[in-house]
Design a protein around this ligand. Sequence first.
Ligand SMILES: Nc1ncnc2c1ncn2[C@@H]1O[C@H](COP(=O)(O)OP(=O)(O)OP(=O)(O)O)[C@@H](O)[C@H]1O
Length: 702
Amino acid sequence: MNLNTRQQQAVEATEGRVRVIAGAGSGKTRVLAHRYAFLANEVGISPGNILCLTFTNKAAQEMKRRISTMVDRGSVNDFICTIHSFCAKFLRKEIYRIGYPRNFTIIDEEDGKALARQAMQEFGIDRRKTTAERFLKSVAAYKGYEPMQYIQKHLLPCSSSEAPDATVRYLRLQLKQFALDYDDLLYFTLYILQHFDDARKYWTEKINYVMVDEVQDCTGDDWKLLHAITENHGNLFVVGDPDQAIYEWRGANPKIFVDFKAHTDIILNENYRSTPDILEVANHIIEHNHNRVKKELFTVKLNERQVVHLHAKSDKEEAAFIASRIDDAVKEGMGYGDFAILYRSSFLSRQIEQSLLKLHIPYSVWGGVRFFERKEIKDVLSYLRIVATDNDDLSFRRIINLPARKFGDASLKALSAIAEEEDTSLMTALRNHIDDKRFSKPTLRNFLKLIDDARARVGIMPVSELTDWILKESGLGDLYRTDEEEERLENLTELINSMKEFEEGRIDEGDADLTSYLQEIALYTNADRSNDSERVRMMTIHQSKGLEFPEVFVIGLTEGIFPNHRAIRERRQDGEEEERRLMYVAVTRAERMLWLCESEGYMNENGALKFPSRFLSEVPEGMLRVEGKLDPVLKAGTAGLVSMLNQELCEDGEKPWDNGTRVSHKIFGEGVIEGYDASAKSYKVRFNASTRNLLPHVLTRL
Ligand SMILES: Nc1ncnc2c1ncn2[C@@H]1O[C@H](COP(=O)(O)OP(=O)(O)OP(=O)(O)O)[C@@H](O)[C@H]1O
């Protein structure tokens, strides 16, 4: 099977709780795929009883592809997916229990923002003060605080009122459309598992084996679901790498993985991806983290080219160097797809893009604007959503005047008032009041007819054909053709291609209907769809997770940018360590050649001089070949900047004790603080007989 002893052991450890701590490039994807095949082929478990969870949709597709080469075709099923898409599948079957229709909608971040804006506007929240994004964060915190209570209180259709504020209003808008965001998918699934015995019995008996990839990036709620779903059989196999935990800032909790009590523990530390030099750089950097499970990666591969520290005089020069290196290498026989350019923050891509364009090097930016978040894609999907259900007010608002139907703000306001009063959706209100003279226009009648005609075609036409039909009949296609934005038409063609792929994938299951498509698509991101084998790939390091490339450039390695000082200021040591893990992820993406790039100049943020990242100094002298003229003064500059930041954090962290705090001193006895001198960092302490100014280290707080 082409596995090493430990990998083999992991594959065959099928029963109970198994934890695999897998270093970068140590073959965890391979282990997961083989384990699935082992369960299906050797142990004889039906794939319908195995749940294999990946971090992204793209990873799920890749996993399916790998597994399909090892098992019968019928064995690759829908239970190889992300946690959120598992929840969507679960809810499609079970959500009726709490009064929701099976064709509930899933709202992504953009949809959420639109709802947020509406709620904020109604409650007069100034959008210059609170952005929709920030508002949504507070909603998420509200939900996450007591998810079960929040569902009962706000999201069950029978739920009763609470004095409305913007958050409550937002939740009502969600309920009105039966719309679930990503958090809700998880919470609703947990809710049903906890509150409906027969549902719990069915699912926990059905799922005999659960395997989870990238488990270090699971949140506490994800873990709750893993425990709930394995309650019956107890077979939970988790794979992850604490050194690659890069989503703590978003609520992931890698500590749960580190503390997980398994029946079987396996460590994979043989790396098959990178050359020894690259690994050594990675090992040296990650060693600087204190909170980690120590594991040293090794490889039997041979070195090819030394890792380079590229130092340029300006970011323009840095970009030009990279473009010309790629150009030369391609002339010597490498492919554009062999290169990846990784960065901490997306603004760093612009300069490189310009240089690549200059040399006519094909490239793609992953996640610039995510494919399914582009305007034209969302417009078409909104049409499809309205065809699927009248309840979707968001989609209605988006398309009712697209193309123009003489339905402006005033009409929308009038219709909204009616819908609110009658407690129906905008679409239903329009249907019921089409004879009202405010709405009785041929354009609007045509719109209703278009939607009804499309609805009659659902189930007869595949989704791809239906979409094509809507583009023609609605006039949307023409609109984009006159838009002069070539890209939009290309994207629409690509959307229809994606639908065809979806239909082909589902042909055996008879599950390629419009609702399933819309639910699936709501979970997609741009990274899920690109076929970039002939292009240089540019992406943030977060997006590079799980990928590998022969040659990698990590750009913008400037202290402050990477590690990002904002992250460190906000989360102190945790922030610094997560930045370092991000660096570790970046370095370990490279197979044969690695460039660590930075340049001189000034920071955008504050105009200060740029200095090389501390991560570069964490690699022992001589291990990196320096390209460019690196003045030793710059290194000293980095050290100065780091210590200044530490100093700042230290001072911030030492909040002085309040006046009145009781303390004791070896000689003077007990006393009470009466003041603090920030410049001397000393306290004024009153003792029985006198007052003294003393430094904190001689005082003990009582
Ligand atoms: N036993 C093996 N023999 C040969 N090659 C292997 C073996 N195991 C894994 N590989 C190869 O090593 C590379 C890394 O494997 P894989 O992508 O599964 O690693 P990973 O642990 O998921 O990495 P990361 O966590 O860094 O994303 C792949 O190219 C894979 O084919």
